[in-house]
Design a protein around this ligand. Structure first.
Ligand SMILES: *[C@@H]1O[C@H](CO)[C@@H](O)[C@H](O)[C@H]1NC(C)=O
Ligand SMILES: *[C@@H]1O[C@H](CO)[C@@H](O)[C@H](O)[C@H]1NC(C)=O
Ligand SMILES: *[C@@H]1O[C@H](CO)[C@@H](O)[C@H](O)[C@H]1NC(C)=O
Ligand SMILES: *[C@@H]1O[C@H](CO)[C@@H](O)[C@H](O)[C@H]1NC(C)=O
Ligand SMILES: *[C@@H]1O[C@H](CO)[C@@H](O)[C@H](O)[C@H]1NC(C)=O
Ligand SMILES: *[C@@H]1O[C@H](CO)[C@@H](O)[C@H](O)[C@H]1NC(C)=O
Length: 278
């Protein structure tokens, strides 16, 4: 009897609470937002590697696409690395204002590797990166040259501009920072690696060529970074889902900016209206 009398009253109270309950959101920040708000963590650099990069502590949705695999970073012995078209690079810097990534070939990093890596040029085809040749000089390395080869056999190139790196057993890797004559077909395998013009000094010294290769070169991320700037300007963190740009905000993902009304999907983790009538 007492119970029956109380019940409608209880429901009424619930209704009042529910109606006056303005949607105070007992939210935790969106998980994607939180995840992508952390820069790539590796070693003690301050490169601030965020969008379009992902890997390790950053989920793949923090990447830019369209070729996510080439934006994936790994951390090896405290060194951030990126693998593009099967070649691994050390990341030496990133400027988010110009989207310039500074990299050096990992396979040429250690001192004598220059002797054994005659098989691959760096290519950025089908990746969101491309060379930025501003301030760069191509170094051409000659591998597996026949005994008949010598720098003087390269037409219209002063032999004094072609240097040699001793690889033991009387074998050499030849290299030059000069452009080869376009018609020239070397009897050797050729690998071309850009270096900074500022590193194009005293390359006849074989230690210097290693230093110059370790100095790396610049490539540019060619995706649409303006979208990201718009997103971060509104307090969001950039990422992508299925190749589409996403702006992850504290209240969930938006398509472009945290200021727009329409969210990409329902904010299911946000528990508004905890108390409902029945
Ligand atoms: C972000 O997400 C990735 C992939 O799911 C995960 O490995 C990583 O631990 C997350 N990082 C943080 C800080 O939550
Ligand atoms: C590297 O590129 C040069 C031209 O830029 C080419 O002559 C050479 O054959 C290429 N080397 C390899 C290993 O593909
Ligand atoms: C380096 O070589 C590439 C391809 O072989 C060429 O497109 C580029 O212009 C060269 N860069 C410089 C600075 O000579
Ligand atoms: C690199 O340096 C050599 C001399 O050390 C010079 O002859 C050459 O022109 C330089 N190359 C470029 C592209 O600056
Ligand atoms: C670029 O980097 C600076 C400082 O490292 C940071 O404050 C800014 O938010 C970044 N811009 C974007 C669009 O991520
Ligand atoms: C949000 O979810 C509810 C229930 O799951 C659904 O009825 C509603 O249409 C969704 N709203 C949007 C904008 O997707």
């Amino acid at each position: 009897m007492k119970q029956l009398l109380l019940e409608p009253c209880f429901i009424f109270i619930l209704l009042v609470i529910s109606v006056t309950n303005t949607p105070t959101c007992l939210c935790v920040d969106d998980a994607s937002y939180t995840n992508c708000s952390n820069a790539f963590s590796c070693g003690n650099n301050n490169f601030n590697l965020k969008y379009p990069f992902w890997g390790e502590n950053r989920g793949n949705y923090c990447g830019g696409g369209p070729n996510l695999e080439s934006e994936k970073l790994t951390c090896e012995a405290q060194v951030p690395k990126i693998t593009i078209n099967l070649i691994k690079y050390r990341v030496l810097g990133w400027e988010n204002t110009s989207q310039i990534l500074k990299v050096a070939r990992d396979d040429y990093w250690d001192n004598n590797n220059i002797c054994v890596n005659g098989d691959r040029n760096s290519t950025f085809d089908n990746s969101p990166f491309q060379y930025d040749y501003d301030g760069l000089v191509n170094v051409t390395l000659f591998y597996d040259c026949p005994a008949s080869f010598s720098p003087s056999t390269i037409p219209s190139l002063p032999p004094s501009t072609v240097f040699s790196f001793p690889c033991g057993g009387g074998s050499f890797v030849y290299y030059t920072a000069q452009a080869l004559p376009s018609s020239y077909e070397a009897p050797c395998k050729i690998v071309v690696i850009p270096i900074f013009q500022t590193n194009n000094d005293s390359l006849e010294n074989s230690e210097r060529i290693i230093e110059a290769l370790q100095g790396g070169f610049e490539i540019e991320w060619t995706g649409n970074y303006e979208k990201c700037e718009k997103c971060t300007g509104s307090g969001g963190e950039c990422g992508s889902v299925d190749g589409n740009f996403q702006c992850f905000c504290k209240d969930g993902p938006h398509s472009a900016s945290c200021k727009e009304r329409q969210k990409v999907y329902n904010n299911s983790h946000c528990s508004t209206n905890l108390i409902r009538p029945l």
